[in-house]
Design a protein around this ligand. Sequence first.
Ligand code: S6P
Ligand code: ZN
Length: 186
Amino acid sequence: KIEAGFFTVFNRQENILENYDHYEERKLSDMHRYFAAEDIRQQMALANNEVIYRVYKKTAPLIAGELEQAVTVINPGQVNGEFFMTKGHYHINEKCSEVFFTLKGEGLLLLQKGQETKWLEMKPDVITYIPAGWGHRTINTSLSEPFVFIAFWPANAGHNYQKSLDEPFGRRVFFYNGSYIVSKVL
Ligand code: S6P
Ligand code: ZN
C-alpha cells in the first residue's frame, strides 16, 4: 500500500535516500553491453565487478497523473577510459518527459532522438529537462566524487532499455587530458 502523501530525505553524507522502498544496483557485469570496451571481461576482473550506480526509489502508484521519483548515485570510475554511466533508456510512452535536479558531483546528461544527439552539463543546483521522446543517459565525469541527482517523471512512462542497445547513443564520454571528451561514435 502506497502512502498518500510522503516525504523522503536525501542523506548527503551517506549518498542515500532515507526511507526508500527499494534500490536497483547496476554492476559492471550487468552493463557489459553498454560500454565500448571490448576486453570487458578483463576489465571486470580488474575492477572486481564494482557497482557502477544505484537508483533509490520511493514508489508512487504507476498510473497516469502520478509522478515517480528516484535518486541516482553514479560512482566515479572508468571502463577502459569510458566514464561510468547509466544504461540509458527511452520511455515506452513517448509522450512522457522528465526532470533531473542535480544534488552532488558533476556529470553529463546525454540525449538522443533519431540521429540527433545533445548533451548538457550537470552540477549541483542545475535542473535539466528531458523532452518527451528523447532517450537519456547520465555520465559521471568526476575523477573522485559520486554524481548524484534526483529524477521526476510520469508514473505511466515505462522504460525501454533495448532501444539504447539497438540504436546506441551517438556520443561516448571518455577521460581525456585530466578532464572529459565527448567523442562521436563512428
Ligand atoms: C527514470 C529516470 C532515472 C533512471 C536512473 C538510472 O525514468 O530516468 O531514475 O532510471 O537514472 O538510469 P537507467 O537508464 O538505468 O534507468
Ligand atoms: Zn527516464
